[in-house]
Design a protein around this ligand. Structure first.
Ligand code: GDP
Length: 686
């Protein structure tokens, strides 16, 4: 093929619910295009796209994968994505560089939850969309039911371009509603024919759907259609193309990825009406603090957007990028506008699964991989040094599930920090935090599978073994009444003596009041220079744990009297006196346990609001209010003890059938109900 031009590039991403057939469809496309000599099967791990051992073992995609191939004089950059909600970050990254999303929907299961979630995401990013109704060869497949489902959820712009010919085991072709032609498949060979007579009635009905789906994109045309005018094929095709580009018309085609049936037609359609990078409105960038739009100009300044990095233990980082302006050449030097590091782009290559072929130039709109950048992560921009614009980074989903992690052996521990660092570079939806109060390292991610796979990768890629443990809650304690006590430190038998006495009064402060120390010593009962030592002794005890063994907060301590010895008193003695006195006073001041309480915002479809609220009640939650969210959803705002939310990501998924989402943030500390205190203390002893 001659040098590729932007007009002939198609960046498409396959998205949808897990199991709908995305990876199989991608493999079928590669096969059809002659890039592989058989269709890879997810069952036996023979796919080109799911190349990670973790993916092959599970038979499902865990990260996005890029395959580049040619189809009828076009270059197709195909991105296959995982359908599991734990890996939604991958979908978000892919949608940022795709010029069209192809939703793969199973004709057996219909529109499933993840499909809806991703549709919403694509809508938000204004990505053009089309639908491939797959698995029409399977038992209980129904195109009409799936189409109704699509129209109901995604509106009038859903435009069926094809109808299946035959169904289930007799499915063998598709009828093109625009051209009135049938395309029949026999063992991979395609022939053309008239549409069978018995399909006429259905064809008419669905044809109306098609015309309606297309004309919605053009108000004037829509009016003419409603007034009874017959819209010409030419006009329909023109409106269809424009409607796809501005994401108001969503063509629906059908087929079977395993067949393969009509996969070639899908590719044809992508080339004929799918937007090329220069059809899109261009990217918004920030230049010198101001938002501007960079037109997709093949002769513009070179600008590349990195949407994915892969940490390879041998090669180092491999970054996938899309050129959003100008041309990027091998050996160019561009600046990373986040890290300000100048990156030299040697080793640019195109990709098919994990296979790489070197290239020397990447034109506008094209996607390629580059190895060994020094400080570049997913979501970064590479720009000319004198024009360091920034493409807004990818909005990664926040972690929702956390797990405590500990290195398995000392050798693992030595390598852990570095390996985790590399893992986090590769996956921006992972987060690592250290809780100094509970002395625990915690890893956050988007679900159980996400965390498990990440730790498997840590082992496989970097040879670091890690065990998981429950997340420890940062309990604290405080007092609820005032009390006084004497703290006396005396050691005067033999050698140099130690002597110090401090009389302390403790009083509760408001939540969040912290620690107040009042020096009420008069007449030199404790010499001035030793008073800070008393305070220090108290502060140390507060930090290391009070009567119940947890850090003490929200107390005022008044040191109102004391005794000293002119020779034996020293700083150490008064520090000890502070410690002892504080502890003794707290014991008499009705100590209570405090727990962190989070502010939770849960968004679910309205009909699930009752279930979610009932569940929050059972978690000792207090609903603060509700809000109507767009798309018939409700947001419930509540405060809930953090201890009750440790597995909320998993539980909400099952309560809401995967439709719910939530954010959580620390809010305040509150007293633990007495009936739970013993249980918590017993668990801490273990
Ligand atoms: P993904 O999770 O969307 O990538 O789905 P996969 O490509 O992993 O496919 C899930 C399962 O559906 C696999 O067992 C495929 O062999 C099967 N499958 C995919 N497409 C078809 C199809 O068109 N017909 C039939 N009968 N099975 C299919």
């Amino acid at each position: 093929m001659s040098r590729i031009t932007p007009e002939r590039i198609r960046n498409i991403v396959l998205v949808g619910h897990g199991g709908a057939g995305k990876t199989t469809l991608a493999e079928a496309m590669l096969f059809r295009a002659g890039a592989v000599n058989r269709i890879g099967r997810v069952e036996d791990g023979s796919t080109v796209l799911d190349s990670d051992p973790e993916e092959r073992e599970r038979g499902s995609s865990l990260s996005l994968a890029l395959a580049q191939f040619e189809w009828r004089d076009h270059k197709i950059n195909l991105i296959d994505t995982p359908g599991f909600p734990d890996f939604i970050g991958e979908v978000r990254a892919a949608l940022r560089v795709a010029d069209m999303a192809v939703f793969v929907v199973s004709a057996v299961e219909g529109v499933e939850v993840q499909t809806e979630m991703i549709w919403r995401m694509a809508e938000e990013l204004s990505v053009p969309r089309m639908v491939f109704v797959n698995k029409l060869d399977r038992e209980r497949a129904s195109f009409e039911r799936t189409l109704d489902d699509l129209r109901e959820r995604f509106g009038a712009g859903v435009a069926p371009l094809e109808l299946p010919i035959g169904i289930e085991s007799s499915f063998h072709g598709v009828a093109d509603l625009l051209t009135d032609r049938a395309f029949l498949y026999d063992d991979g060979n395609r022939s053309e024919a008239d549409i069978p007579d018995e399909m006429e009635e259905l064809e008419h009905r669905v044809h109306d759907n098609l015309v309606e789906g297309i004309v919605v994109a053009d108000d004037a045309l829509c009016e003419r259609y409603l007034e009874g005018e017959k819209i010409s094929l030419e006009q329909l095709e023109k409106t269809l193309t424009a409607g796809i580009i501005d994401a108001s018309v969503f063509p629906v085609v059908c087929g079977s990825a395993t067949g393969p049936i009509a996969v070639d037609r899908l590719l044809d359609l992508v080339c004929e009406v799918g937007p090329s990078p220069i059809d899109r409105p261009g990217d918004t960038v920030i230049a010198a603090g101001e938002e501007i739009t960079v037109a997709p100009d093949p002769n513009g300044e070179p600008l590349a957007f990195v949407f994915r990095t892969i940490a390879d233990p041998y090669v180092g980082h491999v970054s996938l990028f899309k050129v959003i302006s100008g041309v990027v050449n091998a050996d160019d030097q561009l600046v990373n506008t986040r890290s300000s590091v100048v990156e030299r782009l040697h080793g640019i290559s195109s990709l098919r699964g994990s296979e790489q072929t070197p290239v020397d130039q990447v034109v506008l709109g094209d996607i390629a991989a580059v190895a060994k950048l020094n400080d570049t992560m997913s979501g970064d921009t590479l720009a000319p040094r004198n024009k360091p614009v920034v493409v807004p980074p990818i909005r990664w989903p926040e972690p929702v599930l956390w797990s405590g992690i500990v290195a398995r052996t000392q050798a693992d521990d030595d390598k852990l920090a570095d390996a985790l660092h590399r893992l986090l570079d590769e996956d921006p939806t992972l987060r690592l935090e250290r809780n100094d109060e509970t002395h625990q390292m915690i890893l956050g991610g988007l679900g159980e599978t996400h965390l498990r796979i990440s730790l498997e990768r840590l082992q496989r890629k970097f040879g670091v073994g890690v065990d998981t443990e429950d997340v420890r809650i940062a309990y604290r304690e405080t007092i609820t009444s005032a009390a006084e006590a004497e703290g006396k430190h005396k050691k005067q038998s033999g050698g140099r003596g130690q002597y110090g006495v401090a009389f302390l009064r403790v009083e509760p402060l408001e939540r969040g009041g912290g620690f107040e120390f009042v020096d009420a010593i008069v007449g030199g009962a404790i010499p001035r220079q030793f008073i800070p030592a008393v305070e220090k002794g108290i502060a140390e005890t507060m930090e290391s744990g009070g009567v119940l063994g947890f850090p003490v907060v929200d107390v005022r301590v008044t040191c109102y009297d004391g005794k000293y010895h002119s020779v034996d008193s020293d700083e150490m003695s008064f520090k000890m006196a502070g410690r002892l006195g504080f502890r003794a006073a707290c014991e008499n001041a009705d100590p209570v346990l405090l727990e962190p309480v989070s502010r939770l915002e849960v968004t679910v479809p309205s009909e699930q609001q009752g279930d979610v609220m009932g569940d929050l009640n059972a978690r000792r939650g207090r609903v603060q209010g509700t809000d109507t969210a767009p798309g018939g959803e409700q947001t419930i705002i509540a405060t809930v003890p953090a201890a009750e939310l440790l597995r909320y990501a998993i539980d909400l998924r099952s309560i809401s059938g995967g439709r719910g989402r939530f954010t959580v943030a620390h809010d305040h500390y509150d007293t633990v109900p007495t009936n739970l205190v013993d249980k918590i203390l017993a668990a801490q002893e273990e």
